[in-house]
Design a protein around this ligand. Sequence first.
Ligand SMILES: NC(=O)C1=CN([C@@H]2O[C@H](COP(=O)(O)OP(=O)(O)OC[C@H]3O[C@@H](n4cnc5c(N)ncnc54)[C@H](O)[C@@H]3O)[C@@H](O)[C@H]2O)C=CC1
Ligand SMILES: O=C([O-])CC(=O)C(=O)O
Length: 348
Amino acid sequence: MNTAMLRSVLKRSSSTASTASYLSSRGFSSAPAPERKVTVLGAAGGIGQPLSLLMKLNPLVSSLSLYDIAGTPGVAADVSHINTRSEVKGYAGEDQLGQALEGSDIVIIPAGVPRKPGMTRDDLFKINAGIVKSLSEAIAKYCPNALVNMISNPVNSTVPIAAEVFKSKGVYDERRLFGVTTLDVVRAKTFYAGKAKVNVADVNVPVVGGHAGITILPLFSQASPKANLSDEEIIALTKRTQDGGTEVVEAKAGKGSATLSMAYAGAIFADACLKGLNGVPDVIECSFVQSSVTELPFFASKVRLGKNGVEEVFGLGPLTDFEQQGLEALKAELKSSIEKGVAFVHGN
Ligand SMILES: NC(=O)C1=CN([C@@H]2O[C@H](COP(=O)(O)OP(=O)(O)OC[C@H]3O[C@@H](n4cnc5c(N)ncnc54)[C@H](O)[C@@H]3O)[C@@H](O)[C@H]2O)C=CC1
Ligand SMILES: O=C([O-])CC(=O)C(=O)O
């Protein structure tokens, strides 16, 4: 995939018309893009490898730093031969983590264990909470101003863990911490396009709430282009979006969870963050961020990305009765996942 092809892929998947028009009419190919360092933590993993590939294809990246506990020299050597803008460096093991992070504008975190059939995302907490805590401590030390894109599950808890670590180190800026929920949006768009028989490239669907089971709430009433779907079809689409991760976990039958679609979604979200940092106007994506949209301290909704990360958190807009019920139903689980993350950092 050359730069033009990548741009066309990103254009097609953009959640906003303005982002799409930026890509088509105001791309950085003619004007030099600023230097940007992107670091992937967990770069040798199932998500990390294809995500590193996609970030290597992104012309907005000048330096690509690939870190894992092992295996990164090979991934970095491989990816580094691709003839695109960024310079690639691989770092393996904790003593190289500082170097990997220093000067990062964006840190993407797909480090941690994935689900096996029968597990919930919360079952990953035991292992991943500790991984995310120690990586967040390193980010606080080496690149406290970076935008953090949290992919590691359970996102509903790992984002609050990172927030508490950053607070404890005195570097928390709520505008710079994101739970990556883009895969929920990617799925909602795909499933909606199939059911509504519309061109998937034209589809937009906001997905709000969190990133696990019923906390994933797609707002199909706000989907565009409009389609005349029955209540039963909307219920089925909602359930399929909520269970999208489990669908992949079961199909992989013990060999992990979504990696390729997640790498794609992670690349879309990081690209949006880069554009925001670079001052591109009206870059809007859904993300799990600190929020006052509901009474919960973190919540996924549409956000506007800018030079400092989150510039604006959008409200939910008008909801149908079905969506309103879904919103009320998700709150208890999301609240307890957030509290579990906070409690983990404070040792209780
Ligand atoms: N937010 C989302 O929508 C999604 C999140 N995920 C989550 O992403 C995570 C990663 O999934 P996969 O890539 O499939 O798993 P994987 O097991 O294939 O890769 C994880 C990588 O993390 C590395 N790692 C472990 N501890 C580390 C540490 N302390 N520092 C740096 N790297 C470390 C491992 O060495 C491995 O290379 C899982 O928690 C999974 O549940 C997966 C799909 C979607
Ligand atoms: O389902 C999982 O465990 C991985 C994930 O978050 C997703 O695919 O949405």
